[in-house]
Design a protein around this ligand. Structure first.
Ligand SMILES: Cc1cc2nc3c(=O)[nH]c(=O)nc-3n(C[C@H](O)[C@H](O)[C@H](O)COP(=O)(O)O)c2cc1C
Length: 318
């Protein structure tokens, strides 16, 4: 097995192990949240560049839940037309496409947000999932990382609520569980349910527990990034990692979590070169590698990687 070995998830075939992670292309999106020509060109460049899976950038379930003004929306049916143009690029190049569904959360502590508001946002997520399916994406990715709303809820550091949305582990996962339950009928064999989670929520052991739980409620694909860190860890690296681990600490989270679950795991952060990506896949440390900023620099990253692979190994990949 190598970086260019296909992987099937449900009925969808990924032609290799390289993923475009969600990247908000702020400068390409206006304040109204609609898909632009420039954005379509970007996704076309990446699809043509040979990537195995595209996760379309964070689309917001509510106008007041954006992380920045310039972010694509999915809070109204009027967004479906533009979004379906992105989805059709995936079909043209046989690249499965998930779209990330997002709410940024609140400036005040998650403990201060009323139960009614969270009930409302849960409904907005359900409606957003239906729109993503109508736009004919191959699935969705729930944004449950990076200290945004769902990460805030999952976090035992921040979520000390005493209602159905918080307190115990089960309650902290209630929003996610309810969302999955209420959208179950959408997820047939042609529609993938992905989840981006914090592997440190706040510690790796919490991430492992969350990952196992997500697998048990039917998530098809896990993407491991960072969560709400332990406030006592002031340094850049938010967990303990072995000194000789040759990749980023966020990659370490993915590699460790993969040991505890059977569904495919995407790892990410600072994976730049073909050789780095190949080591992670060939040694089965990860099922898929996401290449973000390096893909912005070079949308044909996979084509280039095939050349690098040939130079290194003498093996030609079509
Ligand atoms: C410009 C930019 C936009 C991003 N937008 C998102 C996003 O929409 N959703 C998300 O989960 N992560 C987002 N991220 C994080 C990336 O998906 C990725 O995890 C991060 O860039 C680390 O990977 P890399 O080192 O390969 O770039 C963004 C990162 C950048 C640089």
């Amino acid at each position: 097995m190598n970086l260019f070995t296909p992987l099937n998830i449900k009925n969808k075939r990924l032609k290799n192990r390289v993923v475009l992670p969600p990247l908000v292309r702020f400068s390409m999106v206006g304040k109204d949240g609609y898909v632009t020509e420039e954005l379509l060109e970007w996704y076309e460049e990446v699809a043509e560049g040979g990537v195995g899976l595209i996760i379309v950038e964070a689309s917001c379930v509510a106008e007041d839940g954006k992380l920045r003004d310039n972010q694509i929306g999915i809070w109204d049916d009027s967004f479906i037309e533009g979004l379906s143009k992105i989805a059709s690029i995936g079909k043209k190049y046989s690249v499965p496409m998930l779209i990330q569904i997002h709410h940024a959360g609140f400036k005040e502590k998650i403990t201060k947000v009323s139960e009614e508001i969270l009930d409302k946002i849960l409904n907005q997520f359900v409606e957003a999932f239906k729109r993503a399916k109508k736009a004919e994406f191959d699935g969705i990715e729930i944004h449950g990382a990076h200290t945004y709303l769902i990460s805030q809820l999952n976090s035992k550091v921040w979520n000390t609520r005493e209602d159905k949305y918080g307190g115990s582990f089960e309650n902290r996962m209630y929003f996610t569980k309810e969302l999955v339950l209420r959208t179950k009928e959408l997820f047939d064999n042609d529609f993938i349910l992905g989840y981006r989670m914090g592997g440190n929520e706040p510690e790796l052991r919490d991430g492992i527990r969350i990952a196992k739980y997500l697998e048990s409620i039917g998530i098809d694909l896990l993407h491991i990034s960072s969560g709400v860190p332990n406030p006592e860890r002031k340094q850049e690296i938010k967990i303990d990692i072995p000194e000789d681990f040759p990749f980023d600490w966020v990659v370490y989270l993915g590699v460790e979590i993969k040991k505890h679950i059977d569904i495919p795991v995407i790892g990410v952060r600072n994976i730049k070169t073909e050789e780095q990506a190949s080591i992670l896949i060939e040694n089965e440390m990860l099922d898929l590698v996401a290449v973000g900023r390096a893909m912005i620099a070079r949308p044909d990253w996979v084509k280039f990687a095939k050349k690098q692979y040939y130079k290194r190994t003498g093996i030609l990949v079509e």
